[in-house]
Structures are given as structure tokens and as C-alpha cells.
Write a protein that binds this ligand. Structure first.
Ligand code: GLY
Length: 592
């Protein structure tokens, strides 16, 4: 009873208080922004989110970061389309209405459950470094790392986009609909216009100085030199034209005038020119890879392996915690958060040492989530206080190699889409252009990524190479953790979040809340956050998570209370479907 009361109190106070606190300082935190007028279904979904209850469905469901995009996906699913079809509609609308987070100019990872074959697989649509890029790209003349935004803004940071290839590959493999028809909702919305949401308007205002540096970007986001206002009607004819070109031939992104325009824009950008070539585009392909899974609470938590560190790090955290009875601890008990915090520190230590693009760097992928290894690491969590020191472990590996610890910086942006279709297929896709508004370069109606800054700026430390150093043709390490949780061979939960390297903590925590503490998906995504990335223990300001500051500090953690803007979108799959959308952002779930 005590546990249930504590959960209820946390949920009742947490999101609402968090929302107010975040509104005060972080414009990306709220927004209902006129969406309720779209349809009674959208209004009901927004109300469910406000009431803290999941959206229910029996046949299909879609949860994503903007109601226009969710509506586009829902229309496809209601008409008998598959989750892969809906993904195309959702992503292309997101690229229009939430352009700062993801789009054609970025990359994505898809975890896919195929109902017909009962198989789980993944598609890697990560951006790649140009073949002409050199490992010292982000070091100055003295060999010191560039300042982060000096590297981000302009052409230096732009990798070959992967999202268009991923969408086309997924739809060709698992879609039933007509490719061109799936682009139509975004084309119509771009042509006819949509209302700028309060969140987008606030983010533009906040980033106005950087957006103003490039003419095509400035003329779109800062017409007449002023940031777009919430409620302003915005059209994007260039984006509609790009999508019409892709409707005729999805590969046109990589072979024709679009690729040439990206190359020219990136390479001419001042002050930082890039090194892209049309050959980089011709060679680009989305890659199918095995899912990485780890056990937790009688389930298999499965997601995206290298070049993402997402599934491995989430899997390590949960796999270590599976050696303790977390369900027996109250969700408000500081000891639960000691275990979660130190399991996260141990996992991030391994992440920094071993994880990168395994097409370039040998990786102990299986060893990192081996239950015996994780049980051994979990023994370190047996005390009462924070671990005084945390260092990487030695997972089983058939390739001995000396590596140094990574130093890459990742700031929160990105978007997550969860979809279940009427055939039982499940899509969990996290998608990004990296930083908010990416490189700030805009071509043909969409922004270009700054994904290359997800590489370590330093190549070596004390003469020892860093696994995630930049190399020509390599894909930068990601934290994106699109996840499908399996139970007895069937999908039970689709979930993921934006948030830079905090994605890992957000996703792990929501899975713990759902599986160990019995919260429904809406409760799980709304729960106040406490995240440790091997540095400070970050507690969500204005929520009950901040109450942990004293107890965790007393245990020896370095604690920091701050706003934490996840964007979790989850679908629980059991007898029916239940969808949850993060109250910190403007998304919803729709189902039938
Ligand atoms: N750029 C965010 C990520 O890939 O983790």
C-alpha cells in the first residue's frame, strides 16, 4: 500500500509540477498549441495525456511527437497500411512540423517486429562521415578539440543523411501501401501550411542568432529578420517539391540534384566547409543488423546495436539490475535509485571504452550483455552507498585491444515514433538531426544534420586510440535506444525517447517503472526523472525526483537538480493496446 501511495503521489505531483517548472525556463517543455481543434480524437488524446491515463486501442496505435504527424500515421493505419507505411507518413510530417528534431537531412534507427515471420530485426539509417574526412577534423591547429558549437554550426558536422534510405528500405520490405501516397500528407501540409506550434516558435526564438547565419535558413525561420511566432501559418513549398521528387524515385535523394545541392551547400558553408562528395551519397545504404537483447524481469529488452550504444547500455543497466529485486523496493526509495544510478555509471563506463561503429572498430558486443558478465558487474552494487570509483569492466572478447575512454558530447534533441499495426507488426524508431536545428544549414526545405559531432573530437588519449574517433565512411556512435520489449517471443512494449545520451536513462527508467513497478505506459513515461550518465546524478526539477537530492548526496553521489526534457512515446501490447505520450512535449498517441 505504501508503495502504491508513493507512486500515486509522485505521479500526481510530478508531471504537473515538472511542467510548470520547465515552462519557466525551457520553451521546449510544454505545448498543447491549438492541436485540440484538429479532431475530437486528437482532443481526446491530449486530454488523456493531461489526465495521466493511456490512450486505448484494439487494432492499431501510433505515438509520436506532434499531433499532425500522429494523425498522418493514424490515417494510414486505419486504411489498412502497415507500421512501415505509417512510419513514412509520420516521419515526413515530423520533418515539416518538428523540423528542429528530425527529418530528411538526418538519420534514424528502426527496430522492427515482423508479425508474419515472428522475427525481430533492425535497420541502421545512421549518417556516415565523408570519405574525405580525417580523424583530426574536430581538432584545432594545436590539436585541441574545437568548441562544441564551432564544430556544430556549418558544414564541418554534416554526415550523409540516412533517414530517406531507411524509410524507403523499410517500406519496400514491410509496406503494403503505395510509396508516393504515403508522402502525400506531408506534401499537402507543406503546400497548404500549418500553424507554428508554441514549442517550435520558442525554440526558433532561442536559437535565432545561429539560424540567422545562413540565408536559406534565416529566410524560413526568421522572415523579415524576426523569429516565426506561435500560430503563424507556415508553408514550405521547397519541402513539398522535394517530397514530390522522392515520390517518383526514393533513391533520387542520393543520386541527383538533391544530393548535389546538399554537397554544394555543405562544402561552401562559411566559416566551416565540409568535405562531402556525391560519391558519399551514391555509396549510402541503410543496413539491416541483428537486434541486441538483454533479460529483465522475465522479458527480453531488444534494440539497436552498434553504431548505437543504446540497446547495449540500456541492456547493461537492466541486466545488472535484474540481479536485485527492484520490484520489492518502493519507487521513492533512495536505495532503488542508488542501484539504478550505479548500474548506469558502470554501463556508461563500458560504453565510453568499448562502444562505436563495429564495422570499423572490433567490439565485444555479445560480451557486454552476457548475463554472467553482468551478474559479476552487479556484485559491485551490493553496498549501501555510491561506488567510490567506477571503471570499465572486461567483458569476454575474442579480440584483445587497448582502447581509451571516449569524449564525445551529445546534447538533447531528436524524436521517437512507436507504431503497432493491425497485422501485429511493431515499429520503434528514434530519429534525429542531432542538435536542435542540426547544422543550421537548410537545403530544399529541410535542415541538415550535425551528426558528426557525435564522434569523439579527440582521436587518442595518452597515445591510446578512442573507439568512437572519426574515420572516413564511419557512422558516429549514438545513444538512440528505440526498443521493443519481448515476452515469450511476442512483443509487449515499444518505447524510445529523444534526449542525447540521457536517452539511455529515460528509456531504462520507463522500462523499470513499467515492468518492475507495474506502472501503465502513461504513468511510466510521465514519471519524474533521475538520470546518471557517469557524471552528476541529474534529478528533474520541480518534481518528486528532486526529493532524492539529500539522500543520494548523502550516499556520495554528485547530485544536480535541473529540467530534464525526455520525449518518451510508448505502446503497451497485451490483450489490447495502450499508448503513452510524454507530457513534457507536444506528442500524443492515437489508436483504434
Ligand atoms: N545525436 C543523438 C544520438 O544519436 O544519440
Amino acid at each position: 500500500m505504501r508503495k502504491i501511495l508513493a507512486v500515486m503521489a509522485a505521479l500526481a505531483a510530478g508531471p504537473a509540477v515538472a511542467q510548470q517548472a520547465a515552462d519557466a525556463v525551457q520553451p521546449e517543455a510544454t505545448t498543447s498549441g491549438g492541436f485540440a481543434a484538429m479532431s475530437p480524437q486528437v482532443a481526446a488524446a491530449l486530454q488523456a495525456k493531461e489526465d495521466g491515463v493511456p490512450v486505448q486501442g484494439k487494432t492499431w496505435m501510433v505515438a509520436a511527437a506532434n499531433p499532425h504527424a500522429v494523425q498522418a500515421g493514424a490515417d494510414v493505419l486505419a486504411a489498412g497500411g502497415t507500421a512501415a507505411d505509417a512510419l513514412v507518413a509520420v516521419q515526413t510530417v515530423l520533418g515539416l512540423v518538428e523540423p528542429q528534431s528530425s527529418g530528411l537531412g538526418g538519420g534514424a534507427f528502426l527496430v522492427w517486429y515482423d508479425a508474419a515471420s515472428k522475427q525481430l530485426t533492425t535497420l541502421d539509417g545512421r549518417e556516415t562521415a565523408p570519405l574525405a574526412a580525417t580523424p583530426k577534423r574536430f581538432l584545432d591547429a594545436e590539436g585541441e578539440p574545437l568548441k562544441f558549437y564551432d564544430a556544430v554550426v556549418g558544414g564541418l558536422s554534416v554526415g550523409v543523411p540516412g533517414t530517406p534510405a531507411l524509410l524507403a528500405t523499410a517500406q519496400a520490405k514491410w509496406g503494403k501501401g503505395n510509396w508516393a501516397d504515403l508522402l502525400q500528407p506531408a506534401i499537402t501540409l507543406a503546400q497548404d501550411g500549418f500553424d507554428v506550434s508554441p514549442r517550435l516558435a520558442a525554440l526558433i526564438a532561442e536559437d535565432a542568432e545561429r539560424l540567422a547565419r545562413f540565408e536559406s535558413t534565416a529566410s524560413y525561420f526568421l522572415p523579415q529578420g524576426q523569429p516565426l511566432q506561435a500560430g503563424a501559418r507556415l508553408t514550405n513549398v521547397a519541402y513539398a517539391d522535394t517530397l514530390r521528387t522522392l515520390a517518383d524515385d526514393p533513391r533520387a535523394f542520393y543520386t541527383g540534384a538533391i544530393a548535389q545541392d546538399i554537397v554544394d551547400t555543405v562544402n561552401a558553408a562559411v566559416p566551416a566547409g565540409g568535405l562531402l562528395s556525391t560519391l558519399d551519397f551514391t555509396l549510402y545504404a541503410a543496413r539491416e543488423r541483428d537486434a541486441v537483447c538483454a533479460p529483465f524481469q522475465g522479458h527480453e529488452v531488444c534494440g539497436m546495436g552498434p553504431p548505437s550504444s543504446g540497446a547495449l547500455t540500456v541492456g547493461q543497466i537492466l541486466g545488472m539490475l535484474d540481479n536485485y529485486d527492484l520490484g520489492a523496493l518502493d519507487p521513492a526509495d533512495p536505495q532503488a535509485w542508488r542501484l539504478i544510478g550505479d548500474a548506469s555509471r558502470l554501463a556508461f563506463a563500458d560504453r565510453g571504452r568499448y562502444m562505436a561503429d563495429s564495422d570499423f572498430v572490433p567490439m565485444p558486443t555479445a560480451g557486454l550483455v552476457d548475463p554472467t558478465y553482468l551478474a559479476e558487474r552487479a556484485k559491485l552494487l551490493g553496498g549501501d552507498d555510491a561506488l567510490p570509483e567506477v571503471s570499465p569492466g572486461t567483458p569476454e572478447w575474442d579480440h584483445a585491444m587497448l582502447l581509451s575512454d571516449d569524449e564525445s558530447i551529445e546534447l538533447p534533441s531528436t524524436s521517437h515514433i512507436s507504431i503497432v499495426d493491425s497485422y501485429g507488426n511493431v515499429a520503434s524508431m528514434t530519429t534525429t538531426i542531432e542538435n536542435g536545428f542540426g547544422s543550421r544549414l537548410m537545403v530544399r526545405g529541410f535542415l541538415l544534420n550535425n551528426e558528426l559531432t557525435d564522434f569523439s573530437f579527440r582521436t587518442h588519449s595518452d597515445g591510446v586510440p578512442i573507439a568512437n574517433r572519426l574515420e572516413p565512411g564511419k557512422r558516429p556512435r549514438s545513444s538512440m535506444a528505440p526498443t521493443i520489449v519481448m515476452k515469450d517471443g511476442a512483443p509487449a512494449l515499444a518505447i524510445g525517447s529523444p534526449g542525447g545520451s540521457r536517452i539511455i536513462g529515460y528509456v531504462a527508467q520507463a522500462i523499470i517503472a513499467h515492468l518492475a513497478w507495474g506502472m501503465d505506459v502513461q504513468q511510466a513515461v510521465a514519471m519524474p526523472h533521475a538520470v546518471n550518465r557517469f557524471g552528476t546524478y541529474d534529478l528533474e526539477a520541480g518534481t518528486t525526483a528532486a526529493d532524492l537530492e539529500g539522500p543520494l548526496g548523502d550516499m556520495g553521489f554528485d547530485v544536480k537538480t535541473q529540467d530534464l526534457n525526455s520525449g518518451l512515446h510508448a505502446i503497451e501490447i497485451s490483450d489490447g493496446l495502450k499508448g503513452g505520450a510524454d507530457p513534457r512535449r507536444e506528442g500524443i498517441a492515437l489508436g483504434d
